[in-house]
Design a protein around this ligand. Structure first.
Ligand code: NAP
Length: 368
């Protein structure tokens, strides 16, 4: 599905009027110069339009994806400090390549791409009209995949991919995905299903069982039922082969109880940073704990994930709930939404997106 702007005359006039206010060689970007609350530190500023260095491409951004990790960086989570004097947040996005640096095929200019890692070990991310990234981090978007879906694939998709497939194929396996209604969990379920696994998803509240199970989930279990271990073992009597874990400290006892011998817990988050775990039962079960830090996945793993995610979106295997994209000026609201734990993905849009795309009601977007 293409979500290129349908655009009305009134809208484009308004958009161009706004663009005239930006001086030549500058762009509008969401910036922060110190960490703090979203409303206090996020500002839209006019900053120099970046030029691609050797090996880089410049992407004219249409959508910028907001993730919990962006909120953590902005707010100084775990004592992190400002890595650069000024940060343009967000690593994920989608847009069109409009300049190529030395050593990059100029044929890439004009290509629609999704972007990952733009603000990982780099100061200036995608919450701007342009960003520059190493060419490999701008992945061609097939025609049938929307820009909005592209902007949702980076951090959650690459993390989900490694959690599910980082230890080899899952065809015929049973994969337990905690927090399956969340950004990472939802993509993990869909990738596991596409790879041939039976997927058991969990949600924290039984009220969620009334909704249709999310795509890719064969069985949905609420963790607040009387005996969730029993419920999971009722579905997988021999236990599960892999667990995709978003709350290691909360769930590790349950995980140990349902993990099959030689199984793997792939954890990408925890509530308690020093979790206690049932060591002996896990040892007797030959459990492996794989911890995931997506900023530092091997480049090859990220590239494989990018290829697989693009294919999955392209062949229609991914459905992503996306709320109405918000303009750059509403970046603070967008961050607050993510902090509040919205279930639909949160995007910012730039002035290159038509009013129609930016004001459509909340919608479910399919990759292909
Ligand atoms: N390590 C990494 O590289 C990496 C990469 C991506 C994200 N993360 C981190 O992972 C976390 C989730 O990211 P996200 O983008 O998926 O966020 P999200 O869209 O807000 O989803 C969070 C999900 O976690 C679930 N959850 C929270 N506590 C739980 C618990 N005790 N048991 C079971 N499920 C629980 C929620 O379940 P309900 O829906 O039932 O409320 C929700 O579905 C964030 O802290 C993020 O920073 C880490």
């Amino acid at each position: 599905m293409s979500t290129r702007p349908a655009g009305s005359a009134t809208v484009s006039a308004r958009i161009h009027a706004r663009s005239d206010k930006v001086s030549e060689g500058t762009m509008r970007a969401v910036c922060y110069d110190r960490q703090g609350a979203a409303g206090e530190v996020l500002r839209v500023r006019e900053v120099p339009t970046p030029e691609p260095a050797t090996g880089e491409v410049r992407v004219r951004i249409r959508y910028s994806g907001v993730n919990p990790g962006d909120i953590k960086k902005r707010s100084g989570w775990l004592g992190s400090t400002m890595p650069y004097p000024r940060v343009i947040p967000h690593s994920d996005g989608a847009g069109v390549i409009d300049a190529a640096g030395e050593g990059v095929d100029p044929g890439r200019i004009g290509q629609r791409v999704w972007v990952y890692g733009a603000q990982s070990y780099r100061p200036f991310g995608t919450a701007a009209e342009w960003t520059v990234v190493p060419s490999a981090l701008a992945v061609r978007l097939p025609d049938q995949v929307s820009d909005e879906v592209g902007a949702c694939l980076g951090i959650p998709g690459i993390t989900a991919h490694r959690a599910v497939l980082g230890d080899g194929p899952v065809d015929g396996a049973t994969v337990l995905v905690h927090g399956v209604l969340g950004g990472v969990g939802n993509l993990a379920a869909q990738l596991a299903h596409r790879a041939g696994a039976t997927v058991i998803g969990t949600t924290r509240r039984r009220a969620d069982l009334q909704a249709r199970p999310p795509r890719g989930v064969d069985h949905l279990v609420a963790l607040d039922v009387d005996d969730p271990v029993d419920a999971i073992l009722g579905l997988a009597p021999d236990g599960v082969n892999r667990i995709v874990e978003v709350a290691f400290s909360d769930n590790v006892d349950l995980d140990a109880a349902v993990l099959r011998n030689d199984g793997i817990i792939a954890a990408y988050a925890t509530r308690d940073g020093r979790p206690a775990l049932p060591f002996w039962p896990m040892l007797f079960g030959n459990a492996t704990i794989r911890l995931l830090g997506s900023d530092d996945f091997p480049a090859q793993a990220k590239q494989q994930a990018a290829r697989d995610l693009t294919s999955a979106a392209s062949d229609g295997s991914l459905t992503i709930d996306i709320s109405t994209p918000m303009p750059l000026e509403q970046a603070a609201d967008a961050h607050e939404r993510v902090t509040a734990g919205t279930r639909a993905r949160v995007l910012l849009h730039t002035r290159y997106v038509s009013l129609e795309a930016s004001t459509s009601s909340d919608c479910r977007r399919r990759g292909g």
